[in-house]
Design a protein around this ligand. Sequence first.
Ligand SMILES: Nc1ncnc2c1ncn2[C@@H]1O[C@H](COP(=O)(O)OP(=O)(O)OP(=O)(O)O)[C@@H](O)[C@H]1O
Length: 253
Amino acid sequence: MLKIKNLKASVEGKMILNGINLEVKPGEVHAIMGPNGSGKSTLASVLAGREDYQIEGGEVEYIGKDLLDLSPEERAREGVFLAFQYPVEIPGVSTTNFLKAALNQVREHHGKPTLDAVSFLKLMKEKMALVEIDQALLSRSLNEGFSGGEKKRNEIFQMAMLEPKLAILDETDSGLDIDALRIVANGVNKLKTRDNATILITHYQRLLDYIVPDFVHVLYKGRIIKSGDKSLALQLEEKGYDWIKEEADIVSA
Ligand SMILES: Nc1ncnc2c1ncn2[C@@H]1O[C@H](COP(=O)(O)OP(=O)(O)OP(=O)(O)O)[C@@H](O)[C@H]1O
């Protein structure tokens, strides 16, 4: 589904990604961990097509297409979904209207008829139950005045509505209380199919108790310096990052 080869990217002249290699197959969940400032959110933003980042080299193939050649809108229509670390507020646009527009654009792009109001509401009800989101939130302006946890839950609700092929969740667990964490994780698990994939950026192995990853990668100084299975996250929880950083620094020296 996704093949990233030697991806390099900078922002404001500063190199952030220094050669990322990663392959994600349908049905897989990949967790990306790493110290603060190592480039995790930058990787997510570059994949989603955020324009402040400059691609300095490498390739990204997504479902057989050159992802870097597609606009952010085209990427979204092709099923790339980014749940933001800091979800943006859009005053004056209700979550419901925002989602109706987004969903119908995706459907049109794939040659499907747009949903009428009744079918849209039925779908919304079904997906609301999945992430146990309060209906009152959905008639409010998107994310405006939402608590941190409500914003994160709303991101997963949007994901449930749009059913992306590749979901990138950037620290979706931050700011969630214990119950919300479980609800959000259950939502993500229920949305998993053999045809879609998830990249999960997180600092805490706790989330990975709920959403079990097939692979865990450690990003440091813009490179993946170690990959493993879920046990790697447990090791990190126990030992921190210093041992891996030392290994990586010796190799690069
Ligand atoms: N728009 C920007 N302008 C300047 N520097 C930036 C910008 N975006 C990212 N950076 C820098 O790039 C580096 C990587 O940031 P990024 O947010 O990708 O790290 P991260 O691994 O997600 O960190 P955290 O775990 O703290 O969320 C940081 O040093 C950050 O300050």
